[in-house]
Design a protein around this ligand. Structure first.
Ligand code: 5GP
Ligand code: ZN
Length: 114
């Protein structure tokens, strides 16, 4: 999608610190990190929100969680803990309409979220 920010990142049209690419997924550092480690994991295919993911995307979504697991290990977050978040829709604060998982860690994270 020409007007989608994350599709532009997939196409390497926007400078981005990419940390992993595998299995139809791209992982890169968030430009405005909310924790010492803040990585976004996106499908390279344009899927606007979690609601738009179908049964056909179950392997992709499983791979996305597995990539979060691998990145949490490589950023040494597994003993301290970390969080994986998908904001879906306006009231959840979704601001980029291309499905993404946030991987957050490196500081205590409060619950419930704001
Ligand atoms: P959302 O609010 O949709 O759940 O998350 C969107 C995330 O994308 C935000 O954390 C925001 O900082 C990040 N973001 C927005 N624009 C860019 C960009 O151009 N590059 C990168 N790396 N992250 C971005
Ligand atoms: Zn997109």
């Amino acid at each position: 999608m020409a007007d989608c920010l994350f599709c532009q990142i997939v196409a390497r049209r926007i400078p981005t610190e990419i940390v992993a690419e595998a299995d139809g997924l791209l992982a890169f550092k968030d430009v405005n990190p909310q924790a010492p480690t803040h990585i976004l994991i996106i499908p390279t295919e344009h899927i606007p929100t979690l609601v738009d993911a179908t049964q056909a995307h179950t392997t992709l979504m499983g791979n996305a969680l597995h990539l979060a697991n691998r990145l949490a290990r490589s950023y040494q977050l597994t003993s301290s803990g970390f969080r994986v978040v998908i904001n879906c829709g306006p009231e959840a604060g979704q601001s980029v309409w291309h499905l993404h998982l946030h991987l957050l860690g490196g500081r205590p994270l409060r619950w419930p979220p704001g």
